[in-house]
Design a protein around this ligand. Structure first.
Ligand SMILES: *Cc1c(COP(=O)(O)O)cnc(C)c1O
Length: 388
């Protein structure tokens, strides 16, 4: 029997229960901080670490569990954890595996905020952070110390585009019991089979192709070893890294079209890159599918696609004010960071200031090829080149 409630109580308590059995294709968006238990025994017995049940919004809902499971399947892993950005996912890995006195190796072409984080760990947390030549390959063995715990890799580096020999780095690391983490954002978890090539921990910025809408910030860590996953899971819990149900839904909604979009970005990217290669203003096209790109042979051996992100180096006769004029002169290409969305983007980088071993004085400009017609993009670039 329903007890009579005052209006104020009725506003938040109702006896109505929607009928069970609703079925539809989209994954439901579950908003929750509090998760309810049917009794105290259920509350006491449920473990936040096990994804078989729910304990608190931060530890997962059907919406976040579903995205995690799908990303793990796509990447060929067994466990996945979401973070509120790609960078948060990187930080979660560092805090899971590094402590004072440990050593971590980062590629010299690493995503710059990862380098910033490394510098912070070195400055304030007593961790040694060393940078290695991304093309080092098996010679990374000589850099591994007894206190080296983690080697970050990025395939390829997202500005200067060197493609590393991941299997060689993983072999050398594993011989010494060191874990290898890969920033697999460029290949979107679909054009490079990270685990098959030996990687232990995969990080993806879902902000890019998985979202595809330039509207979501999210990251993921995917693993295939329970003990490794549990270390990351503890860091995830202790740091309180939650993601919004609505953002998770946006990524779930975009996933079915990801491969079609990625392949379209790839086709457009290769067209525009090949055209740029034919231009006298351009000294080098740093696109992993073109021979100019350091590590091109490794890309051919290990990758199945390229997506839409690549860089060019202008001939040295063009100084920064001229190449800035070129970038400002583009109309279809917008100026802005990030990539993986429908809109083409362009960013000039002061790479000489970022890399101590960078050779050459030509200006570097990075392109993200969106989903526009490549002929229109080429026409846009051709017009802007006249402003040099
Ligand atoms: C964008 C990006 C990240 C970080 O992702 P955010 O969600 O923007 O924090 C990490 N690595 C690479 C290579 C990226 O391009």
């Amino acid at each position: 029997m329903t007890e009579k409630k005052s209006l104020q109580t009725l506003l938040s308590h109702s006896d109505y229960v929607a009928p069970e059995g609703f079925a539809a294709l989209p994954v439901a968006i579950h908003h929750a901080s509090t998760v309810l238990f049917s009794n105290v025994a259920a509350l006491r017995s449920r473990d936040w670490k096990e994804k078989t049940g729910y304990t608190y919004g931060l530890h997962g809902t059907p919406t976040t569990f579903t995205l995690e499971a799908r990303l793990a399947e796509i990447e060929g892993g067994t466990h996945c954890l979401l973070a509120p950005s790609g960078l948060a996912a990187i930080a979660m890995v560092d805090l899971a595996f590094l402590k004072t006195g440990d050593d971590v190796l980062l590629p010299d072409n690493v995503y710059n905020p990862n380098r910033e984080l490394g510098n912070w760990l070195a400055q304030d947390f007593g961790i040694t952070v060393r940078y290695y030549d991304p093309l080092v390959g098996s010679e990374i063995a000589a850099l591994i110390q007894p206190n080296t715990r983690l080697i970050w890799t990025e395939a390829p580096g997202s500005v200067t585009m060197e493609v590393p020999d991941i299997p060689a780095i993983c072999r050398a690391a594993h011989e010494r019991g060191v874990l290898v983490a890969l920033d697999n954002t460029w290949a979107a978890g679909i054009a490079f089979a990270a685990f098959e090539h030996g990687v232990d921990i995969v990080m993806q910025a879902l902000t890019k192709y998985q979202s595809g809408g330039s509207d979501v910030l999210m990251g993921a860590i995917i693993t295939r070893d329970k003990a490794v996953h549990e270390r990351v899971e503890l860091a995830h819990m202790r740091l309180g890294l939650g993601v919004s149900a609505d953002d998770t839904y946006l990524v779930l909604r975009s996933l079915p079209s990801m491969k079609l979009r990625f392949d379209a970005h790839d086709r457009g990217g290769r067209r525009v890159a090949a055209w740029l290669k034919s231009r006298p203003e351009i000294e080098r096209v740093l696109h992993p599918a073109l021979p100019d790109c350091p590590g091109h042979a490794i890309w051919q051996r290990d990758f199945t696609g390229a997506g839409g992100l690549f860089s060019v180096v202008f001939d040295e006769r063009y100084a920064e004010p001229q190449t800035d004029r070129f970038v400002d002169g583009l109309k279809l290409f917008k100026i802005g960071y990030s990539w993986g969305g429908a809109h083409s983007l362009c960013v000039p980088y002061r790479v000489q200031a970022m890399r101590k071993d960078w050779k050459g004085q030509g200006q570097l400009v990075r392109f993200h090829i969106g989903l526009e017609d490549p002929d229109d993009l080429i026409a846009d670039i051709e017009r802007a080149l006249r402003l040099l």
